[in-house]
Design a protein around this ligand. Sequence first.
Ligand SMILES: [Zn+2]
Length: 196
Amino acid sequence: MDNQKIKYKIIVSPDISEELSAQIFRYWAFDISDFNYSLEDLTLTDEESEFPFIEVQTNSCVKMTLTHCKLCFNSILVTAYNRKEFMQYLQGYYDTCDVCKLYSPNYDETITLSKPLKTRLKQLNKNELRVLKGIVKLKSKALIYQHIFNNNVMDTNIWKIINSLQRKDLIWVERDDEGRIKFFHFKSELIDNLDS
Ligand SMILES: [Zn+2]
């Protein structure tokens, strides 16, 4: 299932009854920002018996793909076993992958990322600011290749700037499974915070 922020997949135990499977679907059904059925709804729809929360939770889980780790920029795969965990993952309490948390010296640095956007922009050097403005204005991959990389996509100096902007959580380069660039994303707040 797809929505703006996450991809998720409901995993169900094999050989369960059709009724339980329907209850599992009702429990996990989610749209944009909230579950389709509130816990009260679920309790009410089952007039005969109580909604089997324990059974639903032990026979299902949800594999979620969160946008990306702040440090290595890979997608983060997590598993939620109940709605509380699901919402915590969704609300971004989980923005660094477990591997980077363990091994990356940059992990402590990410804590300083919570500085206000304006402060972080002031700390950029001239070329970082130039490239950032370019990404926000040009948007398309083709234009960014032309006018920022000047058609030399292997230019390591430009990549150093791009990586630094990624680490500062201002942009995010989306790649496919083979590592090819799909899109240059930027924080939407930047539109109002960058003078042209
Ligand atoms: Zn990571």
